[in-house]
Design a protein around this ligand. Structure first.
Ligand code: FAD
Length: 540
């Protein structure tokens, strides 16, 4: 998750806009076609009858999509559906922020457009419907006589509730016998909901322990899965998945305004493009074209520009990118170019992502509770004014302010930045960590409940691992990861004229600090966890 290595510190003009990936559309299309070709199979057999439905959720991809594959095998025609669930555009649970900010909404719109395009290339299409899945999916299953609805399983309560509601309403759909015949059952006349596991590197069913015995220390989890589990190969699809059922109106992909949001233009920093083509393009760009995988471990704690880390997270969160595909690409890179600590480290980080997903099953809703999985009792403040200085990037600490401005302006923040602003909010401001987590939920392109609330509970010292309880000294972080103040000056151009060493510590040349630091400048004594801080790869 972190290291002591210095950030890559490119010199950039403070107005630079970085498209991620930095490829043009024909190049991304060509990469996608070649990758689909590489991952298609002539030997898979279709032996089902009737129609099956694929309910797309956070799995907006064609490649390595088991729901799509199983639907194809078990039917003569697939109907792919995406529901624009209005609940995703309401407000966050406690503090009333938009549940999906405009930038993530835009990213999802792009994912949908790209998914539709790729499904059409495969002889299918994507039906876009507005409304609750529990109303739409059963209505479609009835209208088309679909014997099975295939979808990917989620783990957190809101998503699980939707799964339960869909399953329940499907039980009320009665299909006429001829339509109800699936390849496996001729007596059952209700469409079935088949939920598949497909979001992690390691499959849930392959874990060497039950979820209740999942280790509470990441290193134990990682060592155990690495030693005892194999990562399943990517699912290979046939070249064509058609035909789709005959439909006159496939629906339209909404605009931002139709989702009740105002479009937000990204003027500087990273501008991520949604969709599987962009995801595959980014893997190609980062691993093969720019050849950055071999130095990832040394650069990953950077904060500025697209190249210090993979930037795969937004596509992993929307499911446009399969972690198993990333694994196979790492293997290919290791065979064709080189294997070193850096090539392994991307997998090390992806295992963190797996870990938080499995932790969300073990600990359920306590991940969202103030006391976290360990039910820690502590006093927190909900000081709105103070919180707003953090949210708006006006705390008087350039490193905090620059990171928060980046988040609002682009929907992204580096892992280093996230740890620093989290520590500042909870430790220096003493503010209820859930306010920070919910603001991240609004803004992050890569928001996913497991990784977000998992990391926030760790940062707030209420996570499942009692040893993760750290303070990040702004002074030390700035000196190590932004020694020339390039990052802060990029987001706070008023600091540009200052000498480089002053940009992070501008004194009276910058706005007044809203709170003193808990440990002042005595960071050397306090920056490490009282348990040593190296155990899990996390470190201040
Ligand atoms: P890289 O450094 O290139 O890492 C590769 C991949 O490994 C990432 O794409 C991600 O999938 C995974 N990964 C890396 N670090 C972590 C981690 N600490 N936890 C889980 N997965 C990790 N990540 C999210 O995907 N969604 C979130 O909502 C989210 N919220 C966070 C909140 C806080 C307070 C913190 C400290 C971290 C959070 N992270 C979250 C983890 C991490 O910051 C991002 O995954 C990472 O910054 C994304 O950039 P990248 O893809 O370039 O990562």
């Amino acid at each position: 998750m972190s290291s002591t290595s210095k950030s890559q510190s490119p010199s950039v003009a403070s107005s630079t806009l970085y498209p991620v990936p930095g490829l043009d559309p024909p190049e991304m299309d060509s990469i996608t076609e070649k990758t689909f070709e590489r991952y298609s199979s002539n030997t898979v057999k279709r032996n089902g009858k009737g129609i099956s439905l694929v309910w797309f959720r956070n799995d907006l991809r064609v490649l390595d999509n088991e729901a799509l594959f199983r639907a194809w095998v078990s039917s003569e025609a697939i109907l792919p559906v995406y529901c624009i669930d209005p609940r995703l555009f309401q407000t966050t649970y406690h503090f009333g922020f938009p549940k999906t900010g405009a930038l993530r909404a835009q990213f999802i719109i792009e994912c949908l457009a790209d998914l539709k395009k790729n499904l059409m290339k495969k002889g299918l299409n994507l039906l876009i419907q507005h409304g609750n899945p529990e109303n739409i999916i059963p209505t479609l299953a009835k209208a088309f006589g679909a014997h099975t609805v295939y979808a990917h399983k989620e783990t957190c309560s809101e998503e699980l509730q939707v799964e339960r509601l869909v399953a329940r309403s499907l039980r009320h759909v009665v299909l006429p016998p001829a339509q109800g015949k699936s390849s496996r059952s001729s007596s059952n006349h209700n469409p079935k909901l088949e939920l598949l596991w497909g979001s992690t590197l390691y499959h849930l069913d392959d874990l060497p322990f039950s979820i209740n015995s999942l280790p509470d220390v990441y290193t134990q989890f990682r060592k155990s899965v690495e030693a005892k589990c194999a990562i399943r190969g990517c699912i290979r699809l046939p070249k064509s998945l058609g035909p789709p059922p005959s439909i006159d109106d496939w629906g339209i992909i909404p605009s931002i305004e139709q989702l009740g949001l105002h479009s937000q233009k990204i003027r500087k920093g990273m501008r991520f493009l949604g969709g599987e083509a962009a995801a595959l393009g980014r893997v190609t760009e980062y691993f093969w074209k720019k050849d950055l995988l071999k130095i990832y471990k040394d650069t990953r704690n950077g904060m500025l520009g697209p190249d210090y880390s993979t930037k795969f997270a937004p596509w992993l969160a929307s499911g446009s990118l399969s972690p198993r595909f990333v694994y196979e690409e790492v293997n290919r890179y290791e065979e064709e170019r080189q294997a070193n600590d850096s090539t392994y480290w991307v997998l090390f980080e992806l295992i963190w992502r797996d870990y938080f997903r499995f932790i969300s099953i073990k600990y359920g809703n306590s991940l969202f509770h103030l006391g976290g999985p360990r039910k820690v009792e502590q006093r927190w403040r909900q000081d709105q004014k103070l919180f707003e200085t953090w949210r708006n990037g006006c705390t008087g600490y350039p490193l905090i302010d620059a990171n928060m401005k980046e988040l609002s302006a682009s929907g992204f923040m580096s892992n280093r930045g996230r740890q620093i602003v989290c520590s500042f909010l909870v430790r220096d401001m003493g503010i209820d960590w859930r306010m920070g987590a919910e603001w991240f939920e609004t803004c992050l392109l890569d928001y996913d409940p497991c990784s977000n609330y998992g990391n926030w509970t760790y940062g707030a010292g209420v996570g499942n691992d009692p040893r993760e309880d750290r303070y990040f000294s702004i002074q030390k972080q700035a000196q190590t990861y932004d020694p020339d103040g390039e990052y802060v000056a990029f987001w706070l151009p008023e600091l540009l004229p200052l000498p480089r060493e002053k940009r992070n510590f501008p004194g009276k040349s910058y706005i007044e600090q809203v709170v003193p630091l808990k440990f002042g400048n005595t960071y050397k004594q306090h920056s490490r966890s009282k348990y040593g801080g190296r155990q899990s790869g996390l470190q201040g």
